[in-house]
Design a protein. Structure first.
Length: 218
């Protein structure tokens, strides 16, 4: 009880004030819990998709291609036209650059924030009509319909991806691997150096080598 309460209030008044004060404290507690809880949920919603790849069997984090790497990709695709897919499209930089060069460009990406950001960037840069971005797991998508395939992966996934693309792609397709090459395929060409190196594989070369290997195994 405060000095003021002691001098001016009856005992009943003092109890009312105490109950009201207690109720306010409870309300503040609930608000604080909601604010902290809401902030944690929001933080998880934003950071979760960036952290999740590290917890998967094959960890493929978001590391954007350097501008030199992007230049090298389009150097080796100079004479090519048609459709292009970036597998794990990140913030959409390769898809957007491809659309600016006249490709019908598509990105598949697991992280929804990156997909929404890519769509926004494509719209801002005026190429939203020739780009598409999908929130998808690369292992659950078929790449059979694409003439040009770009992958900036990690070494742990390249063998499995090599099998998948080898089975799916048409013989006219070209694959560009950034920073990490495929383990068994023999490249038709390379461009750049160091971390900006890209390796080029024509599906018909890869498929004919597979046929030769199968024939010699018999
Ligand atoms: C190394 S980054 C490359 C980004 C972009 N292609 C570039 O070159 O700037 C790999 C991307 O693949 C995405 N990713 C990881 N696992 C994936 C999966 N299973 N399916 C689709 N995308 C995936 C990551 O979120 C990340 O954005």
């Amino acid at each position: 009880m405060s000095k003021y309460d002691a001098q001016t209030s009856t005992p009943g008044d003092t109890i009312d004030v105490a109950v009201t004060g207690n109720g306010l404290g409870k309300r503040l507690g609930i608000i604080a819990t909601c604010v902290v809880g809401g902030s944690l949920v929001a933080l998880y919603a934003v950071t979760g998709p960036f952290v999740a790849p590290a917890l998967r069997k094959i960890c493929l984090p978001f590391v954007p291609a350097t501008s030199v790497q992007v230049e090298n990709v389009f150097k080796v695709l100079q004479q090519r036209t048609g459709s292009l897919v970036d597998i794990g499209s990140g913030d959409g930089r390769i898809v957007i650059a491809a659309a600016k060069k006249g490709f019908r460009a598509v990105g598949f990406e697991l992280n929804p924030w990156l997909v929404w950001y890519s769509r926004y960037r494509a719209w801002r840069e005026g190429v939203h009509h020739s780009t598409s971005f999908y929130i998808s797991d690369l292992w659950k998508v078929s790449f059979a319909q694409y003439s040009n395939v770009v992958i900036f992966g990690v070494p742990q996934m390249m063998e499995k991806l090599e099998d998948k693309l080898g089975r799916e792609l048409q013989s006219s397709a070209r694959v560009v691997a950034c920073r990490f090459p495929f383990p068994s395929w023999v490249p038709d060409d390379t461009a750049g150096e160091g971390i900006d190196t890209v390796w080029v594989y024509d599906a018909k070369t890869v498929q004919s080598l597979v046929q030769i290997n199968q024939a010699t195994e018999k």
